[in-house]
Design a protein around this ligand. Structure first.
Ligand code: SF4
Length: 200
């Protein structure tokens, strides 16, 4: 499959300026848990960047909706594999989240077919992670379960987590380095159990 066809099937990848590689995004208004959390003051989704600004432009919303519909395309796994092959780092869901167990299993297949790529996926969808054995996920993928509330500690049921603090204790160095990861790869690193971000 050619990259052009793969882009047409999937709706293409995004290129977050902060990250060392491309990403895949989905509409944040379709997050199963996050769309509810966005209405809860003090949650990490209240004030979600992916529900504001340019994400409200019609062309951006249409592109995100196309990527969501593309998840049902039987060629999605092959097309995503074609787009990711050769990348050193990949981030799943710079906006949006896991839609179903089938979606998650398809992501696993993409990870297995791109063994040279390190994949990172943050999620708020505990319902799907609780159906998984962490030892069974592809070794080149790290899934970080995000705590729902600002200043909440890491969850206990999953080995890799992320939290958001309004106090001291942030471990993500991006704010000191032009809001970029630069050579930090903590989010992709399985030996880092929790990454703590500062509240925006
Ligand atoms: S912890 Fe490191 S890898 Fe993760 S977002 Fe911050 S700078 Fe990037």
């Amino acid at each position: 499959m050619l990259k052009k066809e793969a882009r047409q099937i999937t709706g293409g990848l995004s290129k977050p300026s902060k990250m060392p590689g491309p990403a895949h995004n989905l509409p944040a208004w379709k997050c199963l848990t996050g769309a509810k959390l966005a209405k809860v003051p003090g949650s990490v989704c209240a004030g979600c960047y992916a529900l504001k600004g340019r994400y409200r432009f019609k062309n951006v919303k249409d592109a995100l909706s196309r990527r969501l519909q593309a998840l049902e395309d039987p060629r999605w796994v092959e097309a995503m594999t074609v787009l990711i092959q050769g990348e050193k780092y990949f981030r799943w869901h710079d906006s949006g989240d896991i839609q179903s167990l089938k979606h998650l299993k398809n992501i696993f297949t993409v990870c297995k077919r791109t063994p040279e790529t390190r994949h990172w996926m943050p999620t708020r969808e505990a319902q799907f992670l609780k159906q998984l054995d962490p030892a069974a996920i592809p070794t080149n993928l790290i899934i970080r379960m995000s705590s729902h509330m600002i200043d909440q500690g890491p969850v206990k049921f999953w080995p890799w987590t992320s939290t958001v603090t309004s106090q001291a204790g942030r471990t993500c160095p991006a704010p000191e380095q032009g809001n970029e990861c630069r050579d930090c790869r903590a989010c992709w690193d399985r030996s880092t159990p929790n990454v703590c971000y500062g509240k925006h």
